[in-house]
Design a protein around this ligand. Structure first.
Ligand code: FES
Length: 164
């Protein structure tokens, strides 16, 4: 399950907005400018919240619905920032057959978010990923650079507590 809901309040700066408006002015007359503009916008802000999509719409004249459609269709775009602690649960085959789907569900339950979201305090973001090459440890999740293997759903609360 991936989210199209924005869970973190927007706090973009004036400087970021000026940088984005400049980029749009440079690119907007080129054919097919929308994707490069959105990619640049995501570089500037780190993600593509609706407030940023609205600036793009206002500056290009492209309807917001179209921009939103592109932002939610392509997995390269994120509506939410990454958390201070980025959790990735491997849903590759080896992990999945050993129960990583249950681990992923448990994380959603404990964090109160779904995949693709970030907790409103900016602390944890949750995503699914493909095989991370540690199948012998299945099921596996990563929190930033820490790898946790042979997980059960009962381990999750204790692991999250380490990051409080
Ligand atoms: S399938 Fe999860 S580490 Fe390979």
């Amino acid at each position: 399950m991936s989210s199209t809901k924005q869970t973190v309040p927007f706090n973009g700066t004036k400087a970021q907005e000026e940088q984005l408006i400049k980029v749009i002015a440079e690119l907007k007359s080129e054919p097919g400018a929308l994707m490069p503009i959105m990619q640049k916008a995501q570089e500037i802000y780190g993600y593509l919240p609706i407030e940023v999509q609205t600036i793009i719409s206002d500056e290009t004249g492209i309807p917001l619905e179209k921009i939103y459609g592109v932002a939610t269709f392509y997995s390269q775009f994120a509506l939410n920032p990454k958390g201070r602690y980025q959790i990735s649960v491997c849903l590759g085959t080896a992990c999945y057959v050993k129960g990583s789907g249950d681990v992923y569900s448990k994380l959603m339950e404990l964090l109160g978010i779904v995949g693709g979201e970030c907790t409103p305090d900016g602390k944890f973001s949750l995503d699914a990923c493909r095989c991370v090459g540690a199948c012998g440890l299945a099921p596996v999740m990563m929190i930033n650079d820490d790898v946790y293997g042979r997980l059960t759903v009962d381990d999750i609360a204790g692991i999250l507590a380490k990051y409080q």
